[in-house]
Design a protein around this ligand. Structure first.
Ligand code: ATP
Ligand code: MG
Length: 567
């Protein structure tokens, strides 16, 4: 098991994909002197989600596979939407996933001076011009894919006039939206992105890194490709929506490049998951309007949410590996991710007992003050994990669902007159059912067989049911949070008729305030992971304190969404 595990912890792409083949061919042909240098280029305008994990694994994994390098670059060209909080969280998440950019951390804003100089160069060469028209008019004049665009009346401005205006834009002489700088390419191009795209806009806003130095900011499309070039990127891997931008990126680089070196852009399909969505804008809306408790709410598809919930980096990488890299758009069943999580936790998680919906059991023939330690196995998958002591006492809790007063024929758990095994402890028989005034069962009276210590009967008497339990007097009270799908529909992003917040699952969070867990968990720290026998995988939430234990259910033991046990 140990061997297997260290193998799965190594973040190397095991499976070949079409991008690896293209990269290999480039190396063989001696392109860029055989170098492989990729980058992961997030915009710091939100937290990373599982879709980004696919890009991260591909970018870092490809570099690693071919002995190359991978940069982290923040594409921070839009100061009004970006924030250092996002920068910090993105770094943390990438490290958590198991990747390292070493000393290669860049920001598009590191290159603002060079981008500006390049813009002046294009103006001087007659390949860029200042347009005084408002944004909506410019966008109207763009035409449609089947109808050519209309040239701006400012397109024929002289280089001198353009340079003067652009410098005055930079100097802060004009208000937001008063003017833009556009590339002069081709208003009749069948590719809309080639119809004199915007390069710079005026935005009097403070930038999280450059402060108030700039009041004009490069458009993403003007910055992205050049940043790749400045950083010496050889393979610029990105999602399919950028395919149509590629001719524009190439056009800019052709004006800039002084030799044969070119970053090669290769597109792949995005990762989508069922019952959630990847739009950072919509996730931000959920956060800002308190539909969730934050970016790291355990129901969110963000890496910080998944970490808090107890998903492991190994399971996320394993999902990405399984899904593979293609150009085909599709949505991955979230059950596949949960399967990967179970698979991973099964190997590593410490087993404990915890009762989610407690029903009190009194063992009438057991001494009142006695606390007896029984031995429990820590992990049947890993002998080296050893054993632990669990206190057994006269008063216990079992799961409410494990008792039925009038059981159907195939119910093998506890019912009046029936005998079951309490895991690791004794056989017990139910003799009496006690109800409260409302007629609810509130306590069971049982007797135990002292001869069955350890859960086996010396006379060979068999019982069909084995129940988990927690001592009522020695156990620890805990709040347990159960999570369900964040959205009620498989593809919330595809439902156009309804507001997306109407599709949220109102039962995605269920809080059980009065659970009981064995005292072993008293020493557990936030993020520690456990399997509660028969109940699923759980971890300690960051909101846990000395006074109050808060526990998340990561996943159930099996994919039982269709017949959920806790509904
Ligand atoms: P935005 O709408 O803000 O641009 P984005 O999801 O594209 O959102 P970026 O920060 O620009 O976010 O993404 C960084 C990188 O991650 C990009 O290269 C992008 O192609 C990739 N990426 C984003 N979403 C996914 C996804 N669902 N699957 C795979 N890769 C993704
Ligand atoms: Mg993007």
């Amino acid at each position: 098991m140990a061997e297997n595990n260290s193998e799965s912890k190594k973040p190397v792409a095991k499976t070949r994909n079409f991008i690896h083949e293209l990269v290999e061919k480039d190396i063989q042909e001696g392109k860029n002197t055989g170098r492989v240098h990729t980058r992961f280029p997030p915009e710091p305008n939100g937290y990373l989600h599982i879709g980004h994990a696919k890009a991260i694994c591909l970018d870092f994994g490809t570099a690693e596979k071919f002995g190359g390098k991978c940069n982290l670059r923040f594409d921070d060209t839009n100061p009004t939407k970006e924030d250092v909080e996002y920068v910090d969280s993105i770094k943390e998440d990438i490290k958590w996933l198991g990747f390292d950019w070493e000393d290669r951390l860049y920001y598009a804003s590191d290159f603002f001076d060079r981008l500006y100089d390049f813009a002046e160069q294009l103006i001087q060469e007659g390949k860029a011009y200042v347009d005084d028209q408002p944004a909506d008019l410019i966008s109207q004049q763009r035409g449609t894919p089947t109808k050519p665009g209309v040239e701006s009346p400012y397109r024929k401005r002289s280089a001198e006039e353009n340079l003067d205006l652009f410098r005055r834009m930079k100097a802060g002489e004009f208000k937001n939206g008063a003017r833009v700088l556009r590339a002069k390419i081709d208003m009749t191009s069948p590719n809309m992105h080639m119809r004199d795209p915007l390069m710079y806009r005026i935005n009097h806003a403070e930038h999280h890194r450059t402060g108030n130095k700039w009041c004009i900011y490069p458009m993403y499309d003007f910055a992205h490709g050049q940043c790749d070039y400045f950083e010496g990127i050889t393979h610029s891997l990105c999602t399919l929506e950028f395919e149509i931008h590629r001719p524009l990126y190439n056009w800019f680089i052709d004006q800039l490049a002084t030799d044969d070196y070119r970053p090669r852009q290769i597109e792949f399909s995005r990762l989508n998951l069922t019952y959630t969505m990847m739009s950072k804008r919509k996730l931000l809306y959920l956060v800002e309007n308190d539909f969730v408790s934050g970016w790291d709410d355990p129901r969110m598809p963000t890496l910080s949410g998944m970490r808090r919930r107890g998903f492991t980096p190994e399971s996320i990488r394993s999902l990405v590996e399984k899904v593979g890299i293609t150009k085909t758009e599709g949505t991955i069943d979230v059950a596949l991710l949960e399967h990967a999580v179970r698979d991973d936790l099964n190997k590593t998680a410490q087993r404990v007992m915890g009762v989610l919906n407690p029903l009190k059991v009194v063992i009438t023939n057991y001494p009142e003050d006695k606390v007896e330690m029984v031995q429990a196995i820590n992990n049947p998958e890993d002998e080296s994990a050893g054993r632990r002591d669990v206190p057994f006492t006269r008063e216990l809790y079992i799961e409410r669902d494990d008792f039925m007063e009038e059981p159907p024929r195939k119910f093998f758990r506890l019912s009046p007159g029936k005998e079951v095994r309490l895991r690791y402890a004794y056989y017990v028989t139910c003799n009496e059912v006690i109800k409260d005034e409302a007629g609810e069962i509130c306590e069971l009276r049982c007797t135990y067989d002292p001869e069955t210590r350890g859960g086996n009967s010396p006379d060979g008497r068999k019982v069909k049911g084995t129940l988990h339990w927690v001592s009522a007097t020695e156990g620890v009270k805990a709040e347990i949070r159960l999570y369900d799908r964040l959205f009620n529909v498989e593809n919330p992003a595809g439902e156009k008729e309804k507001e997306f917040t109407e599709l949220l699952n109102p039962e995605s969070l269920k809080v059980l305030p009065d659970c009981f867990v064995e005292p072993f968990l008293r020493s557990a720290k936030p993020l520690d992971q456990f399997q509660f026998e028969r109940m699923g995988y759980f971890n300690i939430d960051k909101e846990s304190t000395e006074e109050k234990l808060v526990i998340n259910r990561t996943v159930t033991l099996r994919d039982n969404w269709s017949k959920q046990m806790n509904k």
